[in-house]
Design a protein around this ligand. Structure first.
Ligand code: ADP
Ligand code: MG
Length: 728
């Protein structure tokens, strides 16, 4: 058995010699950037001018395209795709599984008299029915009535996915039930964009009458681990759960802190270059690549984009990464905590809002007089985070992320906002001035006019905060690496929009009562600053003191997913319903899907662990135990006394203790799992898995890791952490 591990080591050792690196393009990036996207250039080439202009107008104004225009676009898209050697098309969507989905159809079709033609009708472009599919719908769609529909999202450009030997035209779509309920991440996100636009424009216009559209922007930072394919195939836990369920931390892991920003290993570099080329062809604006803190951990980051396109690009990139890595005999691990004891992976979501007049609403400008606009959006965002923190927490709650939040170098499960020294002080000063009378207002305005230009960047980087202001945007750091950003971004857009609506109503009232605009704005902001103070924290978020302090302040600390997911059923969740982002039915369904996904993930992990113990770990341990016992018997037989084999005897006993511990743990875990499976309600099941099954997995792991330490190296069947971390 252990042979396979050594074979893997051999295979990997030989890779260095005969690794065939893909030829890197010698052209400049600008010469192939976006060549696989039906974007502006392709549209101009394949559409007549009138159609092109109406498509552009529809995208910018968010209006509907007529059937005739859709039909012309469909034909143009097909011609473009066929000129590039594409034979199939698919509607590409983002169901609540968290993974993207697609069902391919050929352009080829037969006419009634048996002639072969190739066509792509407006119907095929606009709407499809991926029937027979069974995606999570939280009970909104009965399985006997398997209908789900995908509908074209023209605001995100179609693209050609060039994988292996096939090329497919992919059309970004939303995924809905027969009655139009969302079953995906995209539709709620689009609705939240709409709502944010409606709420933010009137506020922006208080300061900039020319602003007629507001959009959210997102720049994500994707962390991931890479392991060699040969190791991966020997780890049932990585294959089935994406993380290692057992594995002893080696003496050197990240304790020397020598990996972060270190020089990128040659083989990884080849993967990154290859990936970047593919990404750039798809207009994914990757810009940054580096080593992360954990051994074998890395990061990619793009330039930020309009939020809907940014989310699509992140999903597309994850898919691309998995495929390109395979060309390099590597496997990407997107799991939030693939290895215990070292850093997990997150996906920082840098979020901001901007006007169509080109103003980033969360960046203090160079013109001192204009900063009241910035301050308004800044304070309202913090006020929203204070009010609706539980939904930010709920939107990042997954079985995977539970291992990361609050663990090694990861933000805590308590949602707080870090502002940085300058802004923290400013808000404190404004709070003190109160802005309730004329002199207070004057002093406050004076302070606001002195906000320094913070971009690039004077804010001290507090890496321990889940929600940090970084000079021109907020960085939501607790998002998990494997997650669809659409979930948390929908929450951000919605809660800030709701807050802005409330603010605008208050300002209007004060102005109607005869107050001057600046004074009205400032007095409300001063109150918001006071009200939301509890959510602000500038200190070390990883410390125990913060947990104590947060508890004193009454901030929630939901350390597990089942606890965090409850928020979707709270009274405050009505903010999403009022906003038209989720219907009551959708919200309930979404919550149900999340509970179910949590319990299923832990169930799979628990079953996998049980099997690994039975099939791999105990046999190796018992084999080694027998070897020692045989040795003792031989030593005794030639007349030696116990002083010679006393340590071996101890070892036999220690192995026995760990073997018994692991085996008993698996038995108890199986019983706990059965009991959890019997429960009727999915939330109760999730809780039972969390409270009764998970702790046993931890216990079993401790015995297994002890065995990894005790058993002779050549008998250990699973690739070890030190091998997966350091052998490239
Ligand atoms: P770091 O946080 O590593 O110092 P940067 O501040 O340059 O790096 O940017 C991190 C991410 O934030 C990048 O993806 C970048 O595009 C994004 N970003 C920068 N400005 C904005 C913005 N206005 N809105 C959204 N994301 C932004
Ligand atoms: Mg960052």
């Amino acid at each position: 058995m252990s042979l396979s591990r050594f074979n893997a080591l051999d295979t990997i050792g030989n890779r260095f010699g005969d690794m065939e690196y893909v030829d890197m393009p010698t052209e400049k990036i600008k010469d192939f950037y976006g060549e696989n996207v039906f974007g502006d250039a392709a549209m101009k080439q394949y559409l007549d001018e009138a159609t092109y202009l109406s498509v552009k107008a529809a995208i910018q104004g968010g209006t509907k395209l007529s059937r005739e225009v859709a039909s012309l676009v469909a034909t143009a898209m097909m011609n473009w795709a066929q000129d590039k050697g594409t034979t199939h098309f698919t509607h590409w969507f983002q169901p609540w599984t968290g993974k993207t989905a697609e069902k391919h159809d050929s352009f080829f079709t037969l006419t009634y008299d048996g002639k072969v033609i190739e066509e792509f009708s407006s119907d095929a472009l606009v709407q499809q029915e991926p029937d027979g599919s069974s995606f999570p719908s939280g009970g909104m769609r009965a399985t006997f009535e398997a209908r789900g529909y995908t509908a074209w999202d023209p605001s995100s450009p179609a693209f050609i996915f060039d994988a292996g030997s096939g090329k497919t035209l992919c059309i970004p779509t939303v995924f809905i039930t027969y009655t139009g309920d969302a079953m995906d991440y995209k539709l709620p996100l689009l609705k939240s964009q709409d709502y944010l636009n409606k709420a933010a424009v009137p506020v922006a216009q208080l300061f900039d009458p020319a602003a007629t559209k507001v959009t959210a922007t997102l720049g994500w930072e994707q962390e991931y681990f890479l392991v060699d394919e040969a190791f991966y195939t020997l780890r049932p836990d990585l294959i089935l759960t994406g993380r290692t369920l057992v594995g002893k931390l080696p003496a050197k892991h990240q304790n020397l802190e020598d990996h972060y920003f270190g020089s990128i290993p040659e083989r990884i570099y080849a993967f990154m270059r290859d990936l970047e080329t593919e990404a750039h062809k798809l207009s994914i604006p990757l810009r940054t690549r580096h080593n992360e803190v954990g051994p074998a951990q890395y990061e990619f980051a793009p330039m930020f984009e309009e939020i809907n396109v940014a989310v699509d690009h992140n999903n597309l990139l994850m898919d691309l990464m998995e495929r390109v890595a395979r060309r390099h005999k590597l496997v990407v691990l997107f799991h939030e905590k693939p290895f215990a004891g070292v850093n997990g992976s997150g996906k920082h979501n840098n979020w901001s809002i901007a006007t169509n007049t080109g103003k980033n609403l969360l960046a203090p400008g160079k013109e001192p007089g204009k900063n009241l606009m910035f301050l308004t959006f800044f304070v309202n965002t913090i006020r929203a985070v204070y009010e609706y923190a539980d939904f930010i927490r709920a939107s990042i709650a997954t079985a995977n992320n539970d291992h990361r939040l609050g663990a090694n170098e990861a933000p805590p499960a308590i949602i707080s906002a870090f502002l940085g020294g300058t802004m923290d002080k400013l808000l404190n000063d404004l709070e003190k001035k109160g802005a309730s009378d004329a002199s207070g207002i004057k002093e406050a305005l004076d302070l606001v006019s002195k906000i320094p230009f913070l971009e690039k960047d004077s804010t001290d980087r507090n890496r321990t905060s889940p929600f940090a202001f970084t000079g021109n945007k907020f960085e939501i750091r607790a998002v998990g690496s494997s997650q669809n950003c659409g979930g948390p971004m929908t929450v951000m857009n919605t809660i800030v929009a709701a807050q802005l609506e409330k603010f605008k109503a208050e300002v209007d009232k004060l102005i109607a009562d005869g107050k001057e605009q600046d004074a009205a704005v400032l007095s409300i902001l001063a109150r918001y600053i006071k009200e939301s103070k509890k959510v602000r924290f500038e200190g070390n978020g990883y410390s125990q003191e913060w947990k104590d302090e947060a508890a004193k302040r009454g901030l929630n600390n939901f350390t597990t997913t089942p606890e965090a997911l409850k928020a979707w059923g709270n009274k405050k969740a009505e903010v999403f319903i009022k906003a038209g982002v989720y219907s009551k039915k959708e919200l309930h369904a979404f919550q149900e899907v999340q509970f179910h996904s949590y319990m299923t993930k832990v169930q799979i992990e628990s079953r996998t662990l049980g099997e690994m113990v039975a099939n791999l770990i105990l046999p190796a341990a018992a084999g080694y135990q027998k070897k020692l016992a045989d040795s003792i018997v031989s030593l005794k037989a030639i007349g030696l006394d116990e002083s010679v084999y006393s340590e071996q005897l101890e070892l036999v006993k220690a192995l026995g203790t760990a073997i018994n511990g692991a085996a008993a743990g698996v038995k108890a875990m199986t019983t706990a799992r059965r009991a959890a499976n019997e429960l009727e309600d999915v939330e109760e099941q999730a809780v039972a898995y969390c409270e009764n099954v998970k702790p046993l997995m931890e216990e079993i792991r401790t015995y297994c890791d002890r065995l990894e330490y005790l058993v002779e190296d050549s008998a250990w069947p699973l690739p070890k952490y030190r091998e997966m971390f350091y052998i490239r």
